[in-house]
Design a protein around this ligand. Structure first.
Ligand code: ZN
Length: 85
């Protein structure tokens, strides 16, 4: 993972993960590095661990809240459920 700076401007980023190399997208590694630069207290969240540690009720409530506020995610979830029926 590389970031090129000139003064305070980011002039280039390069990451070796497949997401960046194959698709040319900005990946979560880049986001994590930038967030860490902006906020020294930033820690990457272990999503898998976090989700596993939540109760069923917490997961359900949170998912509901997120999907109510995000049409695109709600649509993705709907597709997922409908495909698995
Ligand atoms: Zn990456």
């Amino acid at each position: 993972m590389e970031i090129d700076f000139s003064d305070d401007e980011i002039t280039g980023m390069n990451c070796t993960c497949p997401y960046c190399q194959d698709e040319g997208y900005d990946c979560k590694h880049m986001v994590a590095v930038i967030l860490a630069l902006i906020n020294p207290n930033f820690k990457e969240i272990d999503v898998k661990k976090l989700v596993e540690s939540a109760s069923d009720e917490q997961r359900t409530q949170f998912l509901q809240k997120v999907l109510e506020n995000n049409y695109s995610l709600a649509l993705q979830f709907k597709t997922l459920i409908e495909e698995s029926v």
